[in-house]
Design a binder for this molecule. Sequence first.
Ligand SMILES: [Ca+2]
Ligand SMILES: [Ca+2]
Ligand SMILES: [Ca+2]
Ligand SMILES: [Ca+2]
Length: 358
Amino acid sequence: MTLGTTARSWPILLLTLAACDDDETRLPENCLETATVSVAANDWQYSSRPISLPPESTQLRDADRLGILWYPIVRHVTCGDLFPTETVVERNRYLDALGIILLPTTPQGAPWAGLTQPLANTGADLSGYEFMEIWINDFNRLHGPGITGNGEELRIDLGRFSEDAVWDPRTPPAPANGRLDDEDQDFDGQRTLAEDSGLDGLRDHDEVLAGVVPDASMYPASTSEDPAGDDYSLPADLTDYSGELPQRIVRFRKVSGFEGNQRLDSEALDGNPVLDLENDYVEYVVPLAGSAQTVVDVRLDYALSDPENGWRLLRIPLDQVAGVAGNPDLASVQAIRIWFKGINAATEFHVAAVTFGP
Ligand SMILES: [Ca+2]
Ligand SMILES: [Ca+2]
Ligand SMILES: [Ca+2]
Ligand SMILES: [Ca+2]
């Protein structure tokens, strides 16, 4: 099956993975029919704040959302990074991936950051799948020999989420505002220059006039020209991932900007212009320092010395739910949210695939 009702990029990803993948870690034989999630940066957006589910009692705060950048990884991750024993031809094949950088904040409660992707307006049917798999690279900073971690977690939610997102790029962000923020001001589906303003509805000069205050974080998203920090621009070379993390933060800071990206952005997850606030979802928790859900740990399994290869294949049984909000239904999954908890440092991840099987 194919998720979603809009044009997305997963068939290409699936073909790529299927082509390079012929050992015991392979996706199922029928992986061309396996539902998956896009790793194209354009298909992700800021999420609303997850609600804390029993037995957790302390709710997260909008203001404790970390800064978060996301951007496409092109011509960088190879099949050989994930499958080192493949043939040379296959090892050299590039895979698309999603880059995510979390930026620290000064939290009063538990810091968090999340991205969401609508899967299908009417809900995708995932009820026939046993597990979800994710290829993720933490560059061996959060897992490996001798690393016990400080409670850093990857969390994945499937279902229906409040559309009232914490989308302010600044740190700390303005809280969700109780409105459906949508660049398409007249809801005619046509983008005008004025409408490509970011979810704040303000172009740069209006941000200045409105007295929007630039953030004062260590890695400020905003400047005096773009005080809201929501301008879009590409680095000179989108395939340059060299240098240290602070350099990549500067390079990719504006790639996930919504103002001037020539797209009509919206908080809406279902395509209609009404703010939906319902939360009906299941939550899965992956302690990042743990190995219980790790199927492949490339560096350890293949005895590699490359410290930058922190690729892991995580497999999460869909029946091992850590929390339930409202009345979720895996037969009708509108969106996926991936989010991080327990991290409050500049931290980088690459995600190469999110799939469901068998
Ligand atoms: Ca809103
Ligand atoms: Ca703006
Ligand atoms: Ca701006
Ligand atoms: Ca836009």
